[in-house]
Design a protein around this ligand. Structure first.
Ligand SMILES: [Mn+2]
Length: 401
């Protein structure tokens, strides 16, 4: 059988609301033309309680795709009750996750008979003589994942092609916490492992079998790894091979400019050139997103305000331009810390001082961060609840979820 693997649609994602819908729609429609069955490892929605407008987008997408004729049918299901035999199988991700026993938005699609939800359960899809089993476990808190794996009732039938589908961070994907489960701790015996949650495409091995992450269908974090094109995977059980299919996703390029010792005029020119190149490289019919990241200190005697970023951003009709200035670079870190140690606080704001200390700590830590330290500092010093702060900081640092 051919299995379409698509993930992380993030319907309702505010920043690229229309992209989330049109790109998910294109991915699922094309995958349904190419595949016998579809599996979706989580984050269909961007948040727990989607508004009716966003729920309507999901209903439209899944209604159309579930009304097609499929030779493959769901013939067995270990969840509570089956409302359709169409081979469209999904789990909830971290973005849909609600308290145990609450109805989540993927359950709603299941109840409407638009897909088959396999959180902590399995569905068997049959086409002719061939049977494919999909065992699912929806996204859960990392610290509960190992216990949840133990609780799964895995009764693998060797005559079936067995797929294990999760929505989780694993140590091999983000090696910053030993609390994360290692890939080899996943249950053995499956023919294919599928994961959502990570928004860039990745292919690993688990117990000698393929471990596939299709990546999201929409841009979310505007980090370097999201410059690749979005799409979906078609896996063929007959040949054990798979192929990635690109969708018409919005072009994104991240351009880093070092302004060390340069004058504003030269910098403005470099930025303009970078934007023009970004526009040239766009092969899609959608306005590209061009993010320009500026680091370094200006030539002495000039101020950051001399770089007219607002003008550059707003003047551009051919691209969505985002320019981030790494403000912290204007502080000479060690000097600020030194000043404080010497009790000399007159010329420094508490925030700048805090950032300077933060940077000093960061530079001593073993991880180099793909994040803006100034933004990270703002997140960490916000008034939100601890869990919210940690989540936001994680989101900023890692290209996950
Ligand atoms: Mn996600």
């Amino acid at each position: 059988m051919k299995i379409g693997i698509l993930s992380d649609f993030h319907l309702g994602y505010e920043r690229f609301f229309d992209d989330a819908y049109t790109q998910a729609r294109e991915a699922i429609e094309r995958a349904s033309e190419l595949a016998d069955m579809l599996i979706i490892p989580g984050d269909i929605f961007d948040y727990r309680k989607p508004e009716p407008e966003v729920m309507a987008q999901a209903v439209e997408i899944f209604r159309d795709v579930s009304q097609k004729n499929y030779d493959a049918k769901v013939v067995e299901y270990t969840g509570k009750r089956l409302y359709t035999d169409k081979p469209i199988i999904a789990i909830p991700g971290t973005h849909e996750r609600r308290a145990e026993d609450s109805i989540d938005s993927v359950d709603v699609l299941h109840l409407a008979g638009l897909l088959v939800e396999v959180n902590k359960s399995k569905a068997v899809v049959q086409k002719g003589d061939e049977r494919v089993s999909v065992y699912g476990l929806g996204g859960i808190a990392e610290e509960r994942f190992k216990a949840a794996l133990k609780d799964l009732d895995l009764n693998l039938n060797k005559n079936e092609f067995n797929i294990f589908m999760i929505h989780q961070t694993l140590y091999e994907l983000l090696p910053f916490s030993e609390e994360f489960t290692h890939i080899e701790e996943l249950p053995e015996g499956f023919d294919l492992y599928v994961n959502g949650h990570i928004h860039n495409r990745l292919e690993l091995k688990c117990h000698g079998k393929e471990f596939l992450i299709p990546g999201s269908t929409v841009l979310t974090q505007l980090k370097g790894v999201e410059q690749e094109e979005k799409g979906f995977i078609i896996y063929d059980t007959k040949t054990g091979t798979h192929e990635f299919y690109k969708i018409n996703s919005r072009h994104f390029s991240l351009i880093k400019i070092n302004i060390e010792g340069k004058e504003p005029k030269t910098i403005n020119e470099s930025i303009q050139l970078a934007i023009e190149n970004g526009i040239k490289n766009n092969k899609t019919n959608k306005k590209p997103i061009i993010k320009v990241e500026i680091t370094g200190k200006l030539k002495e005697g000039f101020k950051p305000i001399d770089i007219n970023l607002g003008q550059i951003s707003s003047d551009n009709n051919e691209a969505i331009v985002e320019i981030t200035k790494n403000n912290v670079e204007q502080i000479s870190n060690s000097k600020e810390v030194e000043d404080l140690r010497n009790g000399n606080l007159e010329n420094i704001s508490i925030k700048d001082f805090g950032i300077a200390v933060f940077l000093e700590k960061l530079s001593n830590s073993k991880y180099s961060l793909d994040a803006n330290p100034s933004k990270l500092f703002d997140i960490l010093s916000s008034e939100d609840k601890k869990e919210v702060i940690i989540k936001n900081a994680m989101d900023e640092i890692f290209s996950s979820n």
